[in-house]
Design a binder for this molecule. Structure first.
Ligand code: SF4
Length: 447
């Protein structure tokens, strides 16, 4: 039996797609092996979101070539899509496929075995208007299931290379989404995370169908689904209709990740983000009225070109005022090929780091404040892992609540992947401590 080994760099979407590519190999009779073992085929699923994503991808490709110079080395993903010739120039690379045509990979391997000539199969992604349908009925290593619902992005923010790697917005056929969700529930997953490149943009390219309708369909048509999470949604995509669905749903979690990137209109304009802070604030106020306990998490870029102390403080004050439950703080890093990398007024590294630290301590404060609201409450946790030796809460089960708090508690390994009621005994950040109450069977879940 031929063997295949995978290495995935980058985001959740890439991890999802590696699972999809594995399904294709599995159906063809391949056996999966570890990337550090001898294999007949190596597939490296690359990332290009930052310049260091490119560098790491090249290192991993070289590692595979060294491991078995006779193996077929296939490179796919975002870096493969944007820079195929850079990858073809690495000695030992045999096949390059971008972010489309993954079904062709097995055929290309056969072709390579006959001809022994390197194949660059990357095609222009900007011309693609169709979602590439790939099956992911389960995940190899994970207790959490993601479900990709769309591809690409039409926004072209000035710091981001992703539309060039993924192409324009393409939504997945709603019937396929429902079918895949049912398969995942049948495989035992309690929670599904809807993912994509610009997830909340789902439906923009569809006629008479939108994200709110998809959420409703998933709730009514998928039998046994307990928790539904949207990985990320822009403020402009939280329409009144989406808010109604969130309010009425019994399975959509009370957590939204809404990327803000900056809290200053002038910075947002330079980023080419399509909202003002007035609009963003209005959406958050309305959300908090509809769902008072909602956890709102966000991404922030610090030190975008030209960011003044005043502009940074606008961001800082907005985040403090609206009490975000958790922030992912990124110092701006120049991504070659984007307009922002060419902008003048790049912010000095020391200034950037100092602002990152200020925002991280605000994050710590806000996250603890949010978690403390739930101290002594009984919440539902899906344990994902046992905490490793040497780490805080060693040996305990660790998982997320519906509102995305991480909780550690004493339990048994068979609880992993189940919904477990846990009393929060000590709120903290990044991890709160809890006490096991009971395992939920098939009773309705509280959110
Ligand atoms: S919305 Fe902006 S940051 Fe997000 S993928 Fe699209 S271009 Fe990139």
């Amino acid at each position: 039996m031929s063997k295949v080994a995978f290495h995935t760099l980058g985001c959740k979407v890439n991890h999802y797609e590696t699972e999809a590519i594995w399904q294709l190999f599995k159906e063809d009779g391949y056996e999966r092996t570890d990337f550090d073992h001898q294999s007949d085929v190596y597939v490296i699923n690359t990332c290009t979101v930052t310049n260091s994503g490119d560098k790491k991808s090249r290192q991993v490709i070289r590692r595979a070539v060294r491991k078995n110079p006779d193996a077929v080395i296939c490179v796919t993903g975002c870096y493969a899509q944007t820079s195929p010739s850079e990858i073809m120039a690495i000695p030992g690379v045999d096949i390059v496929v971008g972010t489309q045509d993954r079904q062709k990979l097995l055929g290309l391997i056969e072709e390579y075995k006959k001809e022994r000539q390197p194949i660059n199969a990357v095609r222009n992604i900007m011309k693609n208007r169709v979602y590439e349908e790939l099956d992911v009925p389960y995940f190899t290593d994970r207790t959490r299931a993601s479900l990709k619902i769309q591809e690409g992005c039409n926004n072209f923010c000035t710091f981001c290379i992703i539309p060039w790697a993924r192409g324009l917005m393409r939504s997945r056929d709603p019937e396929q989404v429902v079918k895949q969700a049912q398969q995942l529930v049948d495989a035992g997953y309690k929670e599904i995370v809807l993912t994509g490149i610009h997830t909340g943009g789902y439906g923009q390219d569809l006629k008479d169908y939108n994200l709110a309708m998809l959420l409703r369909d998933l709730e009514t048509k998928v039998k046994g689904l307990k928790r539904l999470r949207i990985s990320s949604i822009e403020a402009s995509q939280i329409t009144d209709e989406v808010m109604d669905v969130l309010r009425d749903s019994k399975i959509i979690v009370n957590h939204l990740h809404i990327p803000i990137q900056a809290g200053s209109d002038t910075v947002l304009k330079r980023m080419r983000r399509k909202y003002t802070m007035e609009f963003f604030g209005e959406r958050l106020t309305k959300l908090k009225e509809v769902l008072p306990d909602l956890a709102i998490t966000s991404d922030v870029i610090v030190g975008f070109p030209g960011e003044t102390e005043e502009e940074f403080m606008e961001t800082y004050n907005f985040i403090r005022e609206y009490e975000f439950a958790e922030l992912h703080v990124f110092p701006f890093s120049k991504r070659t090929g984007t307009p922002a990398a060419r902008m003048e007024d790049q912010v000095d590294e020391t200034v950037k780091n100092e602002r990152v630290h200020r925002l991280l301590s605000l994050n710590d404060q806000l996250a603890k404040q949010y978690a403390s609201r739930f101290e002594q409450d009984v919440l539902e946790v899906i344990p994902e892992e046992i905490v490793k030796a040497g780490e805080p809460h060693e040996g305990m089960l660790l998982g997320h609540t519906a509102n995305y708090m991480k909780v550690a508690f004493e339990g048994t390994p068979d609880m992993i992947g189940q919904i477990v009621k846990v009393k929060v005994t000590k709120a903290g950040y990044p991890i709160s401590s809890g006490q096991f109450v009971r395992v939920m069977d098939d009773e309705p879940v509280e959110l």
